[in-house]
Design a protein around this ligand. Structure first.
Ligand code: DLL
Length: 428
């Protein structure tokens, strides 16, 4: 779509105007932001340049949590047409509300993401994200409809039936988490199918990280082109960025969402190319506006032109969340570092989890549970021990820490039809 090809100058003019609008709107309509501005002696008209914009305080997950359920609303409830909520595992979820204009902007954005990934009105897209409070199902659904694709709103779960309808309906696009795409292929094989025979053309995957090894696995098993897309409930849901067919980072819809990268410790702005925490401002949100939202996701912005010709900056794959960082005996560890090490072993499947053994709240020990592939599995204790040693050594040199390694039989770790849960904590 046209807006993905604006010139750099056009983007900066639009972002300047968009940010001004977002600031004025929040100040005039959101009691939360009125207070934030007043407490910081700020007026929207004082903010004219990106450098000025850095004076606006960040909004955090905690702010939104405290506003539960409607404290962030900037319109009367009767103007809110839909509510979604984040999949928080503890405490109250984070609530997002949408006016008619918000829903329209969202669907348009998701349609752009799907188009970038090569989906057309000729495609039959099976949405295997949950339909419910999670934004994945409805978000992709309305975007795909907007694009003109035929949508099969299957929702998550019921894997055997998904496969059977996929075959009958001649589904060409699979919309799910990468973990579910891997799980579905496993079930398909168990049922005696070759996943390649389903004729899937494109995968629209998101909602969780997808390592290169997972992507290769999905592509070779299904014979499809896997594309990734990104989003979060607090800002809108899916449809903030997505890959084009060059699959070299996710193009941000920069005329709708203003991205920044900051140092997660100091909060200082970082330049394009530098790795840090992604901060997003949706510029036209009415129901639940947010300014400078700290996503917690660690990435970098890529400003170099993309081979596809789109001029929007891309964001690199998320290498972790700032709150995912595990500190063990003073060493900082990101789960993605462990995943990278594991990807180097062909005996190991993409299924792993990290068990943190805690004592009085402190992490004392880390155990990496790793599922072997059927080919990697053996009855020979000696061979298993040798593999265990090799993995442990590689982990030690990458992490500067030697976690315990537990090799598991194929198919012994829990599978998911949604986002994979990788980290478990046990109090000893
Ligand atoms: O997961 C929205 C979504 C649904 C995006 C479907 C894409 C497809 P939440 O449940 O609020 O919303 O979770 C948001 O998930 O902050 C990231 O940490 C993670 N995440 C989402 N997409 C990706 C991705 C949806 N492509 C949180 N790569 C975000 C890595 C992702 N992490």
């Amino acid at each position: 779509m046209q807006s993905d090809f604006y010139s750099v100058e056009e983007f900066s003019t639009r972002q300047g105007k968009g940010l001004q609008q977002a600031l004025n709107y929040a100040y005039q309509n959101s009691p939360f932001y009125r207070r934030v501005f007043d407490e910081n002696n700020l007026k929207p008209e004082q903010i004219k340049t990106p450098a000025d914009y850095a004076r606006v305080p960040f909004t955090t997950k905690n702010d939104l949590r405290q506003a539960y359920p409607y404290g962030m609303a900037a319109v009367p409830l009767e103007e809110i047409l839909r509510i979604h909520a984040s999949s928080g595992t503890t405490g109250k979820p984070i609530v997002a509300g949408y006016t008619r204009a918000d829903l329209d902007c969202w669907a348009e954005g998701v349609a752009r993401i799907c188009e970038m990934a090569g989906v057309t009105s000729k495609d039959i897209a099976q949405v295997s994200f949950g339909y419910g409070l999670f934004t994945g199902g409805f978000g992709l659904h309305y975007g795909l409809e907007r694009l003109g694709a035929t949508v099969v709103p299957f929702s998550s779960g019921n894997t055997e039936r998904q496969l059977s309808l996929m075959q009958d309906f001649q589904t060409s696009v699979l919309v799910s988490t990468p973990s579910f795409a891997i799980y579905m292929a496993e079930i398909a094989r168990e049922l005696g199918y070759n996943p390649r025979d389903f004729g899937l053309r494109i995968g629209l995957f998101g909602g969780e990280p997808c390592s290169d090894a997972m992507r290769e696995d999905i592509e070779s098993q299904w014979g499809l082109k896997a594309t990734l897309n990104y989003g979060l409930t607090e800002v809108v849901g899916p449809g903030i960025s997505g890959e084009c067919l060059e699959t070299a980072g996710m193009h941000i819809l920069e005329d709708v969402y203003y991205p920044e990268i900051i140092d997660p410790q100091s909060g200082k702005s970082l330049a394009d190319g530098e790795k840090g925490e992604l901060v997003l401002t949706p510029m036209f949100k009415e129901a639940f506006p947010v300014l400078r939202y700290r996503t917690g996701d660690i990435t970098r912005l890529i400003a170099e032109p993309c081979l596809c010709g789109r001029t929007t900056r891309r964001m690199d794959y998320i290498t972790g969340r700032s709150d995912d960082m595990i500190i063990i005996k003073g060493v900082n560890v990101f789960p993605s570092q462990i995943e990278e090490v594991l990807a180097g072993f062909r005996e190991v499947s993409p299924h792993y989890c990290l068990v943190l053994k805690k004592e009085k709240g402190f992490i004392k020990d880390l155990e990496v549970q790793i599922e072997l592939t059927p080919e990697g599995f053996t009855d020979s204790f000696k061979e298993l021990e040798a593999l265990d040693n090799r993995i442990r050594q590689r982990l030690r040199s990458t992490l500067s820490l030697a976690p315990r390694v537990k090799l598991m039989e194929p198919k012994s770790l829990e599978r998911t039809t949604g986002k994979a849960k990788r980290i478990f904590a046990v109090e000893e």
